[in-house]
Design a protein around this ligand. Structure first.
Ligand code: ATP
Length: 426
């Protein structure tokens, strides 16, 4: 197939005019600086797929930092340089951002070969990328504006729905691509190409994923959690035994799958209740259930998870069986409170992942809403001064009892209820 194709008409048709104008301007700065400039990667892929994507990655053949400086001045955008990587980001007043990089040059046909020097720099840059579908560029310089550079038959793979690496050592070079392959495959409903799958398995069996830092694995898993259907990718990771190489003691069963399904279905409502939830921790609460303490310690260290994670997971494990029964039989809120109190967002996600019937789910959400809305207007000081209770342990107990009664019955009169509690105690 043709390596170059004019896709200007697609750009005009599909890209919002504001972004199209920006790309034209960047192309004109390429002319000014006599540097070839391209938009590359996901933006090009999604343009051809007809999907919205406004993550603009620019690659410059030449000094990318010098180009970025020039462009930021012309455009009145703020520039942040990452000198070590020869990249820069431009930030516009409305928060819009574009990334500018210098085309990378190292490239070896086979590990022992001399670097190939006879091909253009943009080709080398694209060759270093993860998959063919992410390895296209569109030229922006005014004269060639809209010319698609497709060296690796990427368009064919896009049409056929294939995730294909650019060379045999791709997964060894960067084993996180194993996880990325699954993410893109599931996002687009594609298939990992046969030979790529073979190399993926070889790399997996070679133990290369185990050599990657927890931080990088975590980043890729978090990207999966940002996908529209994270469960599909997680199921595929399990099916391809990739999950075993990440969490060796996790057994992915249909029960676990159901819990994960509940987790993702419940996220919206939990976010409404808590504003914030760490979805990665919530995922691990399910994947790492029933791990022994020593293994848990190793895992949380590797992935940079706070120590209290272990206490929370263990506490929830022991409380879950009674708690689920209490919810099922709609035991009063004060009794549930005595078991679980006001749970963190992640603990709530964990508990709710076990709840399969709508009725129980509703009751538990009602409980949470009640806990969030119940506040005492009387304080411990009131007890001390007006009721002459001096012992602080005693005060704590009485206040807790008062709170529990209000949980069950929000309309109580706190002062009268206090008197009753004190009478009951004597
Ligand atoms: P999308 O933006 O579509 O979700 P993404 O989040 O993976 O994709 P980035 O991670 O920002 O996008 O990557 C941008 C481009 O950089 C990708 O299209 C890919 O070509 C390249 N890239 C990113 N990570 C890797 C990697 N580990 N190995 C090789 N190339 C990579």
């Amino acid at each position: 197939t043709l390596k170059f194709e004019d896709v200007k008409h697609l750009m005009v048709e599909r890209i919002p005019s504001r972004i199209l104008n920006l790309l034209r301007l960047i192309g004109s700065y390429g002319e000014d600086k006599k540097m070839p400039v391209y938009v590359v990667g996901g933006f090009v892929r999604d343009l051809l797929l007809g999907l919205e994507n406004y993550d603009i990655d620019i690659v410059v053949e030449g000094n990318g930092l010098e180009f970025a400086k020039y462009a930021s001045k012309q455009l009145g955008a703020k520039m942040v340089e990452h000198e070590k990587f020869l990249t820069a980001s431009l930030f516009f007043k409305d928060g819009f951002r574009i990334d500018i990089a210098t085309a990378r040059t190292e490239y070896y046909e086979k590990p022992a070969d001399l670097p190939q020097v006879d091909i253009s720099t943009i080709k080398k840059d694209l060759y270093r990328r993860d998959f063919t579908i992410n390895a296209m560029a569109i030229k922006l310089n005014t004269k060639e504006f809209g010319l698609l550079y497709d060296f690796f038959d990427s368009r064919k793979d896009l049409k056929e729905g294939l995730i294909r690496v650019l060379h045999k050592l791709s997964f060894v070079e960067d084993p996180t691509r194993i996880i990325r392959a699954v993410r893109f495959e599931q996002r687009f409903g594609f298939k990992i190409e046969e030979e790529t799958l073979r190399i993926l398995n070889e790399t997996l069996n070679g133990g290369f994923l185990e050599k990657v830092s927890g931080q990088r694995i975590r980043q890729e898993l978090e990207k999966i959690l940002e996908e529209r259907e994270p469960l599909n990718a997680i199921k595929r990771l399990a099916q391809l035994k990739i999950l075993k190489h990440i969490f060796p003691k996790t057994y992915f069963t249909s029960v676990m799958e159901k819990k994960l399904e509940n987790l993702f279905n419940n996220l919206r409502i939990i976010k409404e209740l808590y504003k914030k939830i760490n979805v990665f921790y919530s995922l691990l609460r399910i994947l790492l259930e029933y791990y022994d303490i020593d293994t848990l310690k190793k895992v949380i260290k590797k992935y940079g998870i706070p120590k209290k994670f272990i206490d929370e997971i263990k506490a929830t494990e022991t409380r879950l069986p009674p708690l689920l029964n209490m919810i099922k039989y709609k035991i009063r809120f004060s009794d549930i409170y005595k078991v679980i109190g006001k749970p963190s967002a992640e603990t709530t996600a964990h508990i709710m992942s076990y709840i399969d019937d709508e009725d129980s789910k509703e009751y538990f959400v009602e409980y949470l809403k009640r806990v969030f809305s119940t506040k005492l207007s009387i304080s411990g000081n009131y007890l001390k001064e007006k009721m002459n209770v001096k012992n602080s342990v005693e005060i704590g107990k009485v206040m807790n009892e008062l709170y529990c009664r209000k949980l069950d019955n929000p309309s109580i009169n706190e002062e009268e209820e206090l008197k009753k509690i004190l009478e009951d105690e004597t």
